[in-house]
Design a protein around this ligand. Structure first.
Ligand SMILES: [Zn+2]
Length: 388
């Protein structure tokens, strides 16, 4: 029989693998798979064919029936490059009531608690199954979860309630905005700026799209928010350009201009609507450009997007998190998570995990011992519930 590790021992082990998103996470997955299968727990890994040095791990404990509670975490962490750490970021150190280490907060602390719960539940005997979904590339825009979720639905009995353990101070978070970013490249026609009416300036045309975004923001801000939108700050969808470059000289109409345009949408507004509004406006600008010079164009590349998490009516995951935490307030957060992706795939989903998002991604990242213990208590109550 394999050893049964404490949550702290598991977290210490997980943190020791430097699973920065750009690098492999296979040593962590190998260790975890050995640990879980050593206890007789069913596991499956999904390897990304386009980057075979990364894998997601799924596990199932309890009866092989539908309706599992799914504990969802990610194995990757953000880099430590250029950060001033007091010690080795990949060694957990306890000091002043805090566990320091890269990922302790975001989110190997929760991962460790979930792994502990799976083993505990397996040995105790569960009436209702418990599943683990451990993704990768979350920190690159939640790109690892959708294929993992699809695979999970093929390999395991479908779960019903998903708890995504991103740091929320153990509060039940039922909503977050979603969003999408586009990389837009405008191709104009160069002439001397003294005869600019015969050319097409990629910079000036890009400005039309960006100015439209400003107008949309103003219009959205002045609308009465829906009940869902009113939970957010700001209570409306925003469009933003954070990067632009283009042109060669002040006296030449620019041949090229590239910029990013993204939206963060309140979760009751479909992404498709925003996407088609943005693409529609770009297409109008492009048509006007082509009326002057047919060879001009605007290329649009869709970059990553994350669906919003829509607060559910009487949601099962929310009800479960509330029952286990005693937290009955309504919470939304401003960051995206994999919860929206699980919800999109048909699960009830909530975000609830130990630690404070303010400590995520920082030098000397930590999770407080008190939060880690609160997470442990949460898992003990969850097991009590599923075993009953
Ligand atoms: Zn995270």
């Amino acid at each position: 029989m394999a050893a049964r590790l404490s949550p702290l021992a598991i977290m210490t082990k997980l943190v020791s693998f430097p699973t920065v998103s750009r690098d492999t996470n296979l040593p962590l997955v190998d260790w975890l798979e050995d640990y879980l299968t050593g206890h007789g727990i069913e596991t499956h890994r999904w390897i990304d064919p386009e980057q075979p040095h990364k894998a997601a791990l799924m596990a199932h404990a309890g009866p092989r029936v539908e309706g599992a509670v799914v504990l969802s975490g990610h194995s990757d962490v953000v880099p430590v490059d250029g950060q001033d750490w007091d010690g080795d970021p990949f060694t957990v150190v306890e000091r002043d009531g805090k566990y320091f280490g890269r990922g302790t907060c975001d989110m190997k602390g929760f991962d460790a608690l979930a792994i502990w719960a799976l083993v505990e539940g397996h040995h105790r005997g569960l009436q209702r199954p418990l599943q683990l979904a451990l993704s990768f590339d979350e920190e690159l825009g939640c790109t690892g979860a959708p294929p993992m979720i699809a695979e999970m639905q093929k390999l395991l009995p479908k779960g019903s309630a998903v708890i995504v353990g991103e740091p929320s101070m153990m509060q039940a978070v039922t909503g977050h905005k979603g969003g999408q970013t586009f990389r837009i490249e405008v191709w104009g026609h160069e002439v001397h700026s003294s005869i600019m009416h015969t050319g097409v300036s990629a910079v000036m045309e890009a400005a039309r799209v960006i100015q439209w975004a400003n107008e949309v923001n103003a219009a959205e801000a002045s609308r009465a928010p829906s009940d869902v939108a009113a939970m957010f700050d700001p209570p409306f969808t925003t469009l933003h350009t954070g990067l632009i470059e283009g042109g060669t000289a002040q006296n030449i109409t620019a041949r090229q201009c590239r910029f990013d345009l993204g939206f963060r949408a309140v979760p009751d507004q479909p992404h498709e609507d925003w996407r088609s509004r943005i693409l529609g406006r770009i297409s109008e600008v492009e048509q006007a450009m082509q009326a002057i010079h047919p060879e001009t164009r605007i290329d649009v590349e869709t970059r990553f997007g994350v669906p919003g998490l829509v607060p559910e009516q009487e949601g099962e995951a929310e009800g479960l998190a509330r029952a286990l935490t005693g937290d009955n307030a309504g919470h939304v957060v401003s960051y995206g998570t994999e919860a929206g992706q699980f919800q999109e795939a048909g699960y009830s989903a909530v975000v609830c995990g130990p630690g404070d998002i303010a400590q995520a991604h920082q030098a000397n990242e930590f999770i407080s011992v008190a939060q880690f213990e609160a997470g442990h208590a949460f898992m003990r109550r969850l097991i009590d519930r599923l075993a009953a």
